[in-house]
Design a binder for this molecule. Sequence first.
Ligand code: PLP
Length: 449
Amino acid sequence: PQPDPVRGAAVKAADRAHVFHSWSAQELIDPLAVAGARGSYFWDYEGRRYLDFTSGLVFTNIGYQHPKVVAAIQEQAASLTTFAPAFAIEARSEAARRIAERTPGDLDKIFFTNGGAEAVENAVRMARVHTKRPKVLSAYRSYHGATAAAINLTGDPRRWANDQGSAGTVHFWAPFLYRTAFYAANEAEECERALQHLADTIAYEGPSTIAAIVLESVPGTAGIMVPPVGYLRGVRELCDQYGIVFVLDEVMAGFGRTGRWFAAEHFDVVPDLLTFAKGVNSGYVPLGGVAIGGRIADTFARTPYPGGLTYSGHPLACAAAVATIDVMEEEGIVEGAERLGREVVEPALRDLAARHPSVGEVRGLGMFWALELVRDRETREPLTPYNASGEAAAPMAAFAAEAKKHGLWPFVNMNRTHVVPPLNVTEAELKEGFAALDAALGVADGFVG
Ligand code: PLP
């Protein structure tokens, strides 16, 4: 790409004058003007190129500008750009069929939304109408989106400013051995105690008041905490015991991120509702949805569902999903992510951890990895305090700045960096990324002790 700093400056100036950005104090941010992107890379107007270890916000599972998906969107635009949701449209039918064929168990009906939060919002609505109960349980250390119910379910500081009547949501601790809430010494103990804690929470909240338990199959933004074997099965049993709807949020973990089409497969569990977005079409056109199991589908077989969206199943978004799923199948992208994760990413991250005292833990699976950075491996004191900003967050800012200097765009959340590149990143690209991470961790090491 040819550098074009004049154009870049104009893009930046209009952004600063008129674009209101998510989650930000508008005058305290400095967004990079991006000129283009392809595969696992994007570049700015100065001609600097970055390897994207974030996949955007963990959604470009097939990388940027995949030619087959771009062509499918162009073809759909040429034939039928848009149409109202109450009609049967080929792109929508085919997207729903492909998704239903890949979701586990009897999750065979698809309600389409524009993104993840709306998917969670509608899953909660389905559960409340189905059970005629008001409350929803979710975990601390979670993210479910920024609309009303979804942000109330979220278990991270982004909820705090939105806590204006939490609409019947109750939080509990899910398993996370490295920072155990249960004084557990091993995964089995963590699993057993977390399930007992959830059973106690249900008992004290009143089972007959609880519509749903909403969990990320593998919590993503909160730290990629792979649940211990048996935990999600145990939650499934509690839900069955009390007639509670089990919602698995696979907005981030779904569509190959964990090396399977859906993370639920790793844990041999089938939820009543499964939410998805992001990887369904790599974010080429906004799309999310809820995959609905038999019992809840039956509830709405002869009773109208009280919810809907003008753009539910938008033809452009659905055509992108059809092409994305076909490309992932043809190119073996899910299997490739599993293999690259196991053979390349995990060993490389363990090697970095062995050489850098700032790395407290490496965890993940597939193409879904977190490095937890600490000041002290023994005490596990985080490199930056929980929800730090400004000066207190400086060590992670220095880490990120060093990575960028080496051409790597890192994912940073609190005291963690996540390694979440496109699933079809190459081995050579990964190696380039690990070299940059090596340099950036050298900077983090400077804050140890
Ligand atoms: N659920 C999970 C697990 C997510 O990671 C996200 C977004 O990061 C959401 C829901 C919200 O999705 P969206 O931002 O598309 O509304």
